[in-house]
Design a protein around this ligand. Structure first.
Ligand code: B1M
Length: 209
């Protein structure tokens, strides 16, 4: 019941209620994983579905996203707990032209939980900023895209890394709802992960941690 009301409050964009609901659910024994997968993520999927059929509009999608982020902020200490520090260095960002950052934030949290140092470049990140992060010592460049139209920025970023002479110093991984492993191969990325926990496994594999 408590979980259903959190689910509904995400859809309704009621951030304070989501924050309080997640805190209460944790206190009464719900697991962070259940809250994440079965409640917060499921609610955002429903928001996307309603947007698609014209039941919700962009402003409502935005306040729902803020409400989900309020829940994620409560879960963050649990998702990142127990990590051994600095098993590797990752620079993560949502690519140029793309403002969606919840999935990217979640991937960043999971990586931190796996003991990886994460530099969050934010959203709408131009290729030059990823290049700078590679020059500053990131071992992995992690790019997220939620729009089919912004996936092309991933290829542009890989081209920019090559042009700057740092492509061979870093591994590049990509993800986000419209992204596939076939696309990763096509643009010459080193890996693709469909969700946050597999992103963390992939990073560990690539850096040999
Ligand atoms: Co927009 N949006 N949105 N949106 N939005 C989608 C993505 C969309 C699918 C909705 C729909 O039509 N059903 C659609 C994209 C269609 C397409 O191109 N294929 C869409 C659209 C069209 C738009 C606008 C163009 C709408 C408009 O203005 N007309 C506009 C674009 C703005 C821009 O970016 N330039 C827009 C705007 C927005 C808001 C700003 C209102 C808001 C984002 C707020 C924010 O992020 N701070 C928003 C939202 C909330 C969504 C939906 C509803 C939810 C996205 C989300 O946060 N999901 C989304 C519909 C949907 O996804 N069902 C939609 C929860 C999150 C945990 O999942 O991000 O998929 P996700 O991340 C997952 C995996 O993908 C993966 O791991 C995560 C966790 O498991 N992953 C990675 C993500 N990045 C990864 C990186 C990795 C590995 C894994 O390695 C590096």
């Amino acid at each position: 019941m408590e979980l259903e009301s959190i689910y509904q409050n995400v859809i309704d964009g009621n951030a304070p209620a989501v924050q309080a609901g997640v805190q209460a659910a944790l206190a009464s024994g719900a697991s962070a994983d259940t809250l994440l997968q079965d409640t917060l993520i499921r609610a955002m999927q429903e928001v996307g579905r309603r947007y698609e059929i014209g039941d919700l509009y962009v402003p409502e999608m935005l306040i729902a996203a803020r409400a989900m982020q309020a829940g994620l902020n409560v879960l963050k200490p649990l998702l990142v707990a127990g990590g051994v520090q600095a098993a590797g260095r990752v620079a993560i960002g949502t690519v140029h032209g793309d403002l969606h950052d919840i999935g990217k934030n979640l991937v960043g949290m999971m990586l931190e939980g796996a003991g990886i140092e994460v530099k969050d470049l934010g959203n709408d990140v131009p290729p030059e900023k990823f290049v700078q992060a590679a020059q500053d010592g990131a071992q992995i460049i992690a790019m997220s895209a939620l729009l089919t139209t912004t996936m092309a920025s991933m290829k542009k970023t890989i081209d920019a890394l090559e042009k700057a002479g740092v492509r061979n110093k870093v591994k590049v991984i990509i993800g986000g709802a419209p992204v596939t492993s076939a696309y990763a191969k096509q643009i010459g990325a080193d890996g693709y992960a469909p969700d946050a926990s597999s992103a963390s496994r992939l990073v560990k594999e690539l850096i040999g941690a």
